[in-house]
Design a protein around this ligand. Structure first.
Ligand code: FAD
Length: 489
């Protein structure tokens, strides 16, 4: 049973006493920045924002919220793209974790780091690059100021996903603050609670860490998380493959992904990206001779010989694919590509971030991202790009094989005029249709927004649904944690 929320002003003010002066506000001018994200989700005001600067402050805040049944949303930098930190009708207090940002330890020998929620991608990369030899992690295309921890517990994807799968697969032990204000350690952290240097894996114990991964902050607040690091290849090379037909590109990437470890990363993007990078957002169309799909291929190694060998192997595989399927692939080195199209320069920087996704004239960006079978990629792309074009949106998508080709990601992205209510509605309807089509093709949306959860629940096994409800009720009996996400009520 979920309790009725008590958001009376005087009980919310008790939260103010848990954080330092100046880090609690109910000022509507400030709250409005927390009322929305980049997407079409309707803005809703939170009742307050609190920004604790230590795990101790966070704990006292959660205890007050629990005792007074005050709904809260744990948030780091709110870039998740699924409205997962957006307030709901109960006007939660947003608990921003950006100042709880210590790297607890980097254990170079065993290749793990233990991080707090506010550690950013830029901050982590800075520390790891200083090590000798430098270690790396699976970097996403996400804003560099966003949270590593949040991305890991949301099953995000990054530059090592081709070989290692989602970021949650690189998570070891954790420390979690439960809604009642008590702490739990998971994985090897359960056996060595005070020595994070040993929080190597979630195995070999029952995986209670799974109670906090994929739950969108509804079961507890992860305060420390161990991530597995990887030795960075000393040398790296990136080149591009261009395809006249998207289907050919997708099939080629899928074949390459099966050769485990040959490539460091593989990612394919459809043609509208090449227009966006030139600052063209309107009236775009594919003209004859244009490439429909381009992909970047990263290879890495310890020596020039290893790089040359890998590049040759990729070439042999592509020739084989060309011969057996009559597909045509054009290979271009990144340096040559930038000479022809300087706007593609962002792709030469690693880790790559694509700023045009958030700096563009429309104001709004939204997407449906899903994990699903490699065998259904071409079908999914064909059907969904058809839906996008029919709705008047360019067929912009990203496709990446994951974990040696065991599954893959498809992400369909649309820009829209954020201040235009009709356009927001239009893009929401489009996303709904995309989710339905993807589910029919065996794809499951990740970082699933509340509106898409209702579609998942229509399909979901009753046993799974009931167990998830029970888990939430046991861990959060007062229903204070991000309660309107996962739409399980
Ligand atoms: C342009 C762009 C590109 C992107 N590219 C990628 C990409 O390539 N790969 C990818 O995976 N993502 C990508 N993202 C999504 C997002 O940026 C990343 O997942 C990011 O790391 C999330 O961090 P955040 O600080 O924004 O999390 P938030 O949005 O603040 O939080 C996300 C969720 O986690 C919960 N949460 C936050 N902290 C905690 C905690 N300590 N304990 C429990 N729950 C918590 C929140 O309640 C919420 O449900 C992209 C986003 C943008 C805008």
């Amino acid at each position: 049973m979920y309790f009725e929320m008590n958001t009376a002003v005087n009980s919310i003010e008790k939260i103010a006493g848990c954080v330092k002066k100046g880090y609690f506000t109910t000022d509507p001018e400030i709250l409005k920045y927390y009322s929305e994200d980049f997407t079409e989700e309707e803005p809703r005001m939170p009742s307050a924002v609190a920004i604790p600067d230590s795990i101790e402050e966070l704990r006292s805040l959660v205890q007050v919220a629990y005792e007074n049944s005050i709904p809260i949303i744990p948030a780091c930098f709110m870039t998740n793209m699924g409205g997962l930190c957006n307030p709901s009708s109960v006007q939660e207090v947003i608990v921003e974790l950006s100042r709880i940002n210590r790297i607890e330890c980097i254990n170079e020998k065993d290749m793990i780091a233990v991080i707090q929620p506010g550690v950013t991608w830029a901050g982590l990369a800075h520390e790891l690059n200083r090590l000798r030899p430098p270690l790396g992690f699976s970097y996403p295309l996400a804003p560099v100021y966003s949270s590593v921890l949040a991305c890991c517990i949301l099953d995000g994807l990054g530059s090592l996903s081709l070989n290692h799968g989602t970021l949650s697969e690189l998570v070891g032990g954790m420390e979690v603050l439960l809604p009642d204000g008590s702490f739990v350690k998971t994985g090897m952290g359960a056996i060595f609670p005070s020595n994070p240097n040993f929080w190597l894996t979630r195995a070999p114990l029952p995986d209670i860490g799974g109670l906090f991964i994929g739950w969108q902050g509804t079961t507890g607040i992860v305060t420390k998380l161990s991530i597995q690091l990887w030795e960075k290849p000393e040398l790296k090379k990136r080149f591009f493959l261009l395809f006249e037909k998207a289907e050919d590109g997708i099939e080629t990437l899928s074949s390459l992904s099966r050769h485990f470890g040959l490539c460091e990363d593989l990612a394919g993007i459809s043609w509208p990206a090449s227009r966006y990078l030139f600052g063209i957002f309107d009236k775009m169309k594919l003209t004859s001779g244009d490439y429909e799909f381009f992909a970047y291929v990263d290879i890495g190694g310890k020596s020039h010989e290893e790089i040359m060998w890998k590049e040759r192997e990729v070439g042999i595989k592509i020739s084989h694919i060309e011969k057996t399927s009559k597909r045509k692939t054009t290979k271009v080195n990144i340096e040559d590509l930038i000479k022809i199209a300087p706007s593609l320069k962002p792709f030469s920087v690693q880790p790559t971030t694509l700023n045009f996704l958030i700096n563009h004239p429309y104001g709004g960006i939204t997407w449906v991202g899903a994990y699903g079978p490699v065998s259904k990629l071409s079908e999914g792309v064909k059907e969904v790009t058809g839906i996008m074009e029919k709705a008047g949106f360019p067929p912009f998508f990203v496709s990446r094989p994951m974990k040696g080709g065991h599954f893959s990601v498809l992400r369909f992205i649309s820009f829209f005029k954020k201040n235009d209510a009709d356009e927001r509605k239009r893009v929401r309807n489009l996303n709904m249709e995309i989710v339905e089509k993807l589910l029919d093709s065996g794809f499951v949306p990740y970082k699933t927004p509340p509106w898409a959860w209702s579609k998942l629940l229509e399909k979901m096994d009753e046993g799974a649904k009931n167990l998830m409800k029970k888990v939430r009720e046991i861990l959060d009996p007062h229903g204070i944690m991000n309660q309107n996400k996962l739409a399980l009520k």
